[in-house]
Write a protein that binds this ligand. Structure first.
Ligand code: GTP
Ligand code: MG
Length: 394
């Protein structure tokens, strides 16, 4: 079947704000209204589009009923495999059709979005300084554990640009980069990119294929619907990490030439806001790490005994051991190209988070950021030997 979204006739405009959704009826009206106010303040001709996955709670209706004053809007039901990425792909098509200079993506469960976010994200593209803007949030030290332990340090170390929130969900993209995204082969949309892999795919593609560096927009705190890590995080972890590992294969000729990491420009001042407290059940997390490993001893990856022992006996893994494990799993993934390899990494990830929670229990979120930086340095230090092994490993 030829892929095709039912996109209505649309007039050309300057900016499209796209909102993917699945059962977000209580939060989406606020996101739509805020986006409209942001567009109005910029004085641009805008369009707000919801791409829904077949919500049963009246999300599309709630979106359409929201007050976006003079800014037009419509809601579409995307085609393709169910997932955030398929929803976003349809939004890329809308942006392309409308000839908008800027596409902005906002998550539909956002509570902390403000009208000024639109200007913050759009300005670097309006000024032709970049093709891609990532969010920079103030986050609690225990929030964003997939970002902190793998997406941020591995992406930065591999490709040489520090992007603190590569999978933050709120992005701005130039029309030129939208064309690059839409030119990718159809099979991309049969993979985890059609699900939660979309964010890391966009960011990695932007870093590698845009002539310009990304810019980060300071957006303050991110408040959104909280998920139950035990139930919902596993699927997301696999989808994100498998996509990341796939991209390592695709862009191997690029990351192999990179041996330094540079800072990424931040647009705007971070407002002074307090982050909400997050409580983690450390004992439970440690038990979960060792239990998951007992149930799933990795058979496709050769790991030093100390690493296994640390997870099995303590339910923790220090930063150095974690970096070693991640590189080892990346090599195994390249050999196997199987989701099973990524599932095998889960207990080590739980153990890494447990170790981080334990070591940072008495320090602030700002101080904990220092440990993330050291972890990034470890990814950089061990990259050389990883690269050598990648080159001989087939
Ligand atoms: N259309 C569509 N949208 C989705 C789907 N899954 C998620 N989304 C949207 O994608 C955005 C991000 O999803 P969330 O579930 O909030 O995930 P997240 O905030 O990245 O992840 P956490 O940090 O773990 O909460 C939201 O706007 C969702 O409504 C889907 O299957 N279809
Ligand atoms: Mg969310």
């Amino acid at each position: 079947m030829k892929y095709h979204n039912d996109i209505p006739q649309i007039e050309n405009c300057d900016m499209v704000v796209g909102i993917p959704s699945f059962n977000n009826s209580t939060t989406i009206p606020h996101v739509a209204q805020t986006a409209a106010e942001g567009i109005r303040r910029l004085g641009l001709k805008g369009l707000i589009v919801n791409s829904d996955g077949g919500s049963t709670d009246g999300t599309a209706e709630a979106f359409l009923a929201s007050d976006t004053f003079e800014v037009p809007k419509f809601s579409l039901r995307y085609r393709g495999i169910p997932g955030k990425g398929s929803a976003v792909r349809a939004l890329f098509e809308v942006a392309h059709k409308s000839k908008a200079r800027i596409f902005i993506m906002l998550d539909s469960d956002l509570r902390s979005v403000e009208p000024w976010w639109i200007e913050r994200m759009a300005r670097p593209i309006l000024e032709d300084r970049t093709d891609y803007v990532t969010p920079l949030y103030l986050r609690h030290k225990y929030d964003g554990t997939i970002t902190n332990n793998i997406c941020y340090p591995l992406t930065s170390a591999l490709y040489g640009v520090k992007v603190r929130q590569p999978i933050g969900g709120d992005f701005a993209v130039s029309s030129k980069l939208i064309e690059v995204f839409l030119s990718k082969p159809e099979n991309v949309w049969q993979s985890n990119v059609a699900r939660f892999g979309i964010d890391i795919w966009m960011t990695t593609t932007a870093i590698n294929e845009s002539q310009k560096l990304p810019v980060q927009a300071a957006l303050g705190v991110k408040v959104h619907d909280v998920k139950d890590p035990g139930k919902q995080l596993q699927g997301m972890f696999v989808q994100v990490v498998q996509t990341l590992f796939e991209l390592m294969i695709e862009y191997q000729d690029r990351w192999k030439t990179v041996s330094e990491v540079i800072d990424t420009e931040v647009h705007g001042e971070q407002p002074s806001q307090e982050v909400e407290e997050i409580v983690v059940d450390l004992k439970n997390l440690k038990e979960k790490a060792s239990k998951t490993l007992r149930e799933r001893m990795p058979s496709r990856v050769s790991l030093r005994k100390e690493l296994l022992k640390s997870v099995l006996e303590n339910g923790t893994l220090d930063a150095e051991q974690w970096v070693e494990a991640v590189y080892e799993f990346a090599l195994a993934y390249r050999r196997e190209r199987s989701e099973e390899v990524v599932l095998d990494l889960l207990p080590f990830y739980f153990a890494r988070v447990a170790d981080f929670v334990e070591k940072t229990k008495d320090i602030s979120s700002v101080e904990a950021e220092g440990l993330m930086e050291s972890q990034l340095q470890l990814f950089m230090q061990m990259k050389d030997s990883f690269k050598r092994r990648w080159s001989v490993d087939t």
